[in-house]
Write a protein that binds this ligand. Structure first.
Ligand code: 1OR
Length: 293
C-alpha cells in the first residue's frame, strides 16, 4: 500500500484500480443509503468498499412505461429503486405472452443476474410509475459486490433445495433467500428461544437437533417435539404475531440459519399458505401433547 505522503512525492505511482466516480451531493448520498439500508448485497462491505460503491452509482430518473431492462439484452447495470414501482416480466421460449413474475418498490433491486453470471438479461423490467433508480456499473458490481453474494448463493444452494418447505420455489427465489440468511450456532443444551418471548427470527436447521418444550399446567417443562436438518421453526410467532409458543433447546451442537421478520415475510411469501396450513396442524399436535396426561 502506498501512503498519502509517498503518493504526493511520487505522483506517477497511482493505484492500478480506477474507481468509477459520479460526484454526489450529501442529499444524494443520504438517499442512496436509505435505498440500500435493507439490501443484503451491501451487508458485508467494509467502509472503503461501501464508499466506492456509493461513489460509482449514477442517479437515473425514469418515467412511467420506461423499459429499464429488456430480457435477452446484455447486462450493463445493477439497479436499486429509490422511488417508484416496477414490474418484472419473463417470456418463456415457447410462449407468446410474457408473465409478470414479481414487482419492486423503494428499496428493491434487480439486474444482478446478468452481471453475476455473464448471462443475457433473464427478465424485462418496466417502470409502472415515474421514479428514481440508482444504477451501478458492471465493473464496480463485479469487483466489489459480487464475490460474497455469488459465494453465498452457491454455498446454500444445495441445502435450501433440500429443505422440504422451500422445494416448490424457483431456484432464483432460493437464491434470494440465500442472500438474506444469517448463520447462527448453538452449543449443547443452549436455549435458542424461550416460550413467551417476542419472536424476531425464523430458523432453518442446517445440522443438529432441536428439542421443543412447553410449560405444562403444573409448571413443569414437557418435551413436545424434535426437529432435525432441513426442518424449520420459529414461524408461529412471526405468522400470527404471538409470543413464542415453545422453548427451543439445542440437543448437541445445533447449526441454524435465520431470516429476520421482514425477510421472512417477503421471501417466503410464495409458501406462506403452506406455512399457515402446517401451523394449524402443529397447533393441534401441541394441544394434544400438552393435554393428554
Ligand atoms: P438480470 O440481470 O437477468 C433481469 O435482469 C432481472 O430480473 C434479473 O437480473 C433479476 O434481478 C430479476 N428469474 C430471473 N430473474 C428475475 C426473476 C426470476 N425475478 C426477478 N428477476 N424469477 C421470478 C421469481 C419470482 C424466476 C422465474 C422462473
Amino acid at each position: 500500500r502506498v501512503s498519502v505522503s509517498a503518493e504526493s512525492i511520487q505522483p506517477s505511482s497511482i493505484s492500478p484500480q480506477e474507481y468509477v466516480v459520479h460526484p454526489k451531493t450529501n442529499d444524494q448520498r443520504q438517499r442512496i443509503n436509505e435505498a440500500i439500508a435493507n439490501n443484503f448485497l451491501f451487508k458485508n462491505l467494509d467502509d472503503d468498499q461501501a464508499g466506492h460503491v456509493v461513489d460509482a452509482m449514477a442517479e437515473k430518473p425514469v418515467s412511467k412505461g420506461t423499459v429499464v431492462i429488456e430480457q435477452g439484452a446484455e447486462g450493463d447495470f445493477y439497479y436499486i429503486v429509490e422511488s417508484g414501482t416496477f414490474d418484472c416480466f419473463i417470456q418463456k421460449p415457447q410462449e407468446q405472452d410474457k408473465n409478470k413474475v414479481t414487482s419492486y418498490g423503494p428499496g428493491g433491486s434487480f439486474g444482478e443476474l446478468a452481471l453475476m453470471y455473464n448471462a443475457p438479461r433473464a427478465a424485462t423490467i418496466v417502470a409502472t410509475s415515474d421514479g428514481v433508480l440508482w444504477a451501478l456499473d458492471r465493473i464496480t458490481f463485479r469487483s466489489i459486490l459480487m464475490d460474497s453474494s455469488v459465494r453465498k448463493r452457491r454455498m446454500y444452494e444445495r441445502f435450501l433445495s433440500e429443505v422440504p418447505i422451500l422445494r416448490s420455489l424457483e431456484i432464483y427465489e432460493r437464491h434470494k433467500i440465500a442472500d438474506a440468511l444469517e448463520p447462527i450456532q448453538f452449543d449443547d443444551q443452549e436455549v435458542v428461544m424461550r416460550e413467551g418471548d417476542v419472536g424476531q427470527n425464523f430458523y432453518l436447521i442446517e445440522d443438529g437437533e432441536a428439542i421443543f418444550y412447553k410449560t405444562a399446567e403444573d409448571g413443569s417443562q414437557k418435551e413436545v417435539n424434535r426437529s432435525y436438518k432441513g426442518d424449520y421453526f420459529g414461524e408461529l410467532a412471526l405468522l400470527h404475531d404471538n409470543p413464542r409458543a415453545a422453548t427451543v433447546v439445542a440437543n448437541g451442537r445445533l447449526k441454524c440459519v435465520t431470516l429476520g421478520k421482514k425477510a421472512f415475510t417477503r421471501l417466503l411469501g410464495p409458501v406462506m399458505d403452506i406455512l399457515k396450513r402446517n401451523s394449524e396442524n402443529y397447533h393441534a399436535i401441541l394441544r394434544e401433547a400438552t393435554q393428554n396426561d
